[in-house]
Design a protein around this ligand. Structure first.
Ligand SMILES: Nc1ncnc2c1ncn2[C@@H]1O[C@H](COP(=O)(O)OP(=O)(O)O)[C@@H](O)[C@H]1O
Ligand SMILES: [Mg+2]
Length: 318
């Protein structure tokens, strides 16, 4: 493989730094010339739809998959040339969790610790601590196969932390969980913030918005935008939405509203008017004049969803 170094300067203080990192599978470019920086202690979210290259990126950074172009440093070490040292510094919770179903959380963790050459006593203590950190103490000795999806995910994250890694990779940690379990998991991940550098992938917009210090939007293997949720939302700052909840929204009144404003969305008794330089009073007066009875009305802040739509030109279909 030809040695490829981009013109970017290496900064050894960064937790992760990629240099034109890419991976092709035959003619398919799964990840294309990625240049991202993740600071130490930062929680960085790679947000993108299925097939956009998130897992491929993680696998390269974890030295599980060779790049076909470029390289990356993890804690200042090169993933191509110093894979062995990189592996000793990282933890990964893969997209498809790899737990031993017939073992308990404590046994799973101790096994992993021992595989990491941790001595027995320390392994036991670390495992017990992590079981508590991840809220699994009441089920610490039950077989994993009886666990809910959320509990398995929590254990998978505990497994990624067992060697006290500097950088943790969480690949779609809340994939397939119901909203309640997802929220609970956010609290656990949130608790790790600042303590560990975390690269998390997700295709859930709210997850990136809620958890991440910075977000990289990835689309078809390329970073489409990068910044804090606030910075990304600033992309659509000139776009506003007036949301009106009303009774008596008849077909005729909805037709009149849709005829007057270019962008109108209706959802049950709720009408949202979007656009630039909206006049709140003019809109509510008009809706009122159609015979609707307004219960509440407010200006909505631009959402990450709107920013995503503007940046990528498409909706993020989960
Ligand atoms: N081992 C592989 N062989 C061929 N194609 C692959 C392989 N792994 C991933 N891909 C393809 O690369 C693209 C990115 O996949 P992936 O990184 O898994 O995306 P994501 O994690 O964002 O869903 C997809 O088109 C996927 O089909
Ligand atoms: Mg994936």
């Amino acid at each position: 493989m030809p040695e490829h170094r981009s013109s970017r300067e290496a900064d050894k203080s960064l937790a992760v730094q990629t240099f034109d990192l890419g991976r092709s599978f035959g003619s398919l470019i799964a990840v294309d010339c990625l240049n991202i920086d993740i600071k130490q202690g930062e929680l960085f979210a790679l947000l993108g739809p299925n097939g956009s290259g998130k897992t491929t990126t993680i696998n390269m950074l974890c030295c599980l998959l060779k790049p076909t172009r470029g390289t990356a440093n993890v804690m200042g070490l090169d993933i191509n040339r110093e894979a062995h040292s990189v592996k000793a510094l990282i933890g990964i919770s893969p997209q498809d969790t790899t737990l031993s179903e017939h073992l308990s959380p404590l046994e799973n963790l101790e096994l992993m610790a021992r595989l990491n050459n941790m001595e027995a006593k320390k392994a036991r203590k670390y495992s017990a601590d992590l079981v508590e950190v991840m809220g699994l103490q009441e089920r610490a000795k039950d077989q994993v196969r009886r666990f809910s999806g959320g509990m398995k995910r929590r254990l998978s994250i505990a497994m990624s932390l067992i060697s006290d890694p500097a950088v943790v990779f969480l690949d779609e940690p809340t994939l397939g969980l119901d909203p309640q379990a997802r929220r609970a998991l956010w609290d656990y991940i949130g608790n790790l913030k600042g303590e560990k550098t975390i690269l998390l992938t997700t295709h859930y917009m709210e997850e990136a918005d809620y958890l991440a210090d910075r977000i990289g939007i990835i689309d078809a293997g390329k970073i489409a935008a990068l910044g804090t949720a606030m910075e990304l939302k600033a992309e659509v700052v000139d776009r506003q939405t007036v949301v009106i909840n009303a009774w008596n929204l008849t077909v005729a009144s909805l037709d009149a509203i849709k005829g007057r404003y270019p962008e109108v969305k209706v959802n049950g008794g709720q009408v949202s008017v979007a656009g630039k330089d909206l006049d709140f009073k003019e809109i509510t007066d008009f809706v009122h004049s159609t015979g609707a009875i307004i219960r509440s009305a407010y200006f909505k802040e631009p959402s990450l969803e709107e920013a995503y739509l503007k940046i990528t030109g498409k909706e993020l279909v989960a």
